[in-house]
Design a binder for this molecule. Structure first.
Ligand code: KG4
Length: 336
């Protein structure tokens, strides 16, 4: 079964064709990140307009790369939540037109379920149930993946996502937008004990997280140093900050494994590319004999292949949308 998949939830316009869930025949991504960089963050209207400009081109390229024609498509899958609403609407509307024109079923896909499914593409042996640490620009959550389509959030951030925290700290350090990857690179040459940053605990909730205090602590430290004319070692600061994020994520992932009894941990989302988090998870999982599934860097960020993969399992579970499908800025993954 060939699924044409579309993704437009933030600043990447993506199309892919995926066969039987796990074989990616093509995956094309057009990013508007350069347009947003000058503003220090994603400008929703610019993102929406770039999707309008790019979506036909990426779709045509996906057909060319796969060597398929329109008649070969059996269903259309699309991200319909969560995301920047104007951006998601572009993909949803295009997918509706495509499904209508081709006369094939339309399958709505939750974006974070797609990030989790990136692991099925990378690891052919991975099957639910397992625990997934979802860490992206918009989401930070520990998800119990009970089956391909039955999921429950065990813990989540009460405020900022890990990606938001990386991006804001990187901006204060002058590393541009999106700053997660350059901050990661810089941190690799820094001393992770040079600065002391908080590791927040959420009262009465072992698996929930909080990053806003950490973000504020780094920003205050940088501003105070600037006002006093003191030099900061930004490699040390990046390393100390990355250690604090990892120290929030890794122990909670281990606690969630204990609670569920799972021996499999997957990681999903853009922040899954972070070298410190990957290394700490590898160590912690090896010590507990837990199998760790990390997506390759190319599948960590937004792409449509992951939507085609999850779309296949949603299709098998009977999920369909009609031509009244709408887009949603927020949606619980368990409802997805
Ligand atoms: O999953 P994603 O592409 O978008 C969403 O679906 O939200 O994640 C983007 C986030 C950004 O905040 C970006 O700075 C962060 O992932 N990111 C990283 C790294 N690479 C990307 N954060 C930390 N370390 C990295 N190596």
């Amino acid at each position: 079964m060939n699924i044409l998949a579309l993704e437009s939830s933030c600043d990447e316009t993506a199309a892919a064709i995926v066969r039987d869930g796990r074989t990616v025949l093509s995956s094309v991504i057009a990013t508007s990140v350069a347009e947003h960089a000058v503003y220090g963050g994603v400008v929703p209207e610019i993102a929406s307009r770039k999707h309008v400009e790019s979506i036909v081109q990426v779709t045509e390229q996906a057909f060319r790369d796969a060597g398929l024609s329109r008649a070969d498509v059996d269903a259309v899958a699309v991200t319909y939540a969560p995301g920047l609403i104007g951006a998601v609407l572009v993909g949803v509307n295009f997918a509706k037109s495509a499904a209508y024109g081709l006369g094939v079923p339309l399958v709505p896909v939750h974006h974070v379920r797609g990030h989790i499914a990136a692991n099925y593409i990378a690891h052919p042996d991975l099957e639910p149930p397992f625990l997934c640490l979802c860490v992206s620009g918009g989401t930070t959550a520990l998800v119990d993946v009970k089956s391909y389509t039955d999921m429950e959030i065990l813990g989540a951030t009460r405020d900022d996502s890990a990606g938001e925290c990386f991006d804001k700290v990187a901006r204060v350090l002058g590393l541009g937008y999106p700053g997660g990857a350059p901050l990661d690179k810089l941190s690799q040459s820094g001393n992770d004990t040079a600065y002391t940053f908080p590791r927040a605990q959420v009262h009465d909730s072992e698996l929930d997280l909080s990053f806003s205090g950490l973000k504020t602590a780094v920003i205050n430290l940088a501003h105070n140093a600037q006002q006093k004319g003191e030099a900061l070692n930004i490699a040390d600061l990046a390393a100390s900050f990355s250690a604090a994020v990892s120290d929030s994520l890794v122990p909670r992932s281990m606690a969630a494994l204990d609670r569920t009894g799972y021996r499999k941990l997957a990681v999903a989302g853009g922040v899954a590319a972070n070298s410190r988090i990957r290394a700490d998870l590898e160590r912690a999982c090896a010590a507990r004999d837990v199998a760790l599934y990390l997506p390759p860097l190319a599948l960590c960020g937004d792409n449509a292949a992951m939507i085609g993969c999850q779309g296949y399992y949603e299709y098998l579970a009977g999920k369909r949308a009609d031509m009244s499908l709408n887009a949603y800025a927020t949606m619980d993954i368990s409802r997805g």
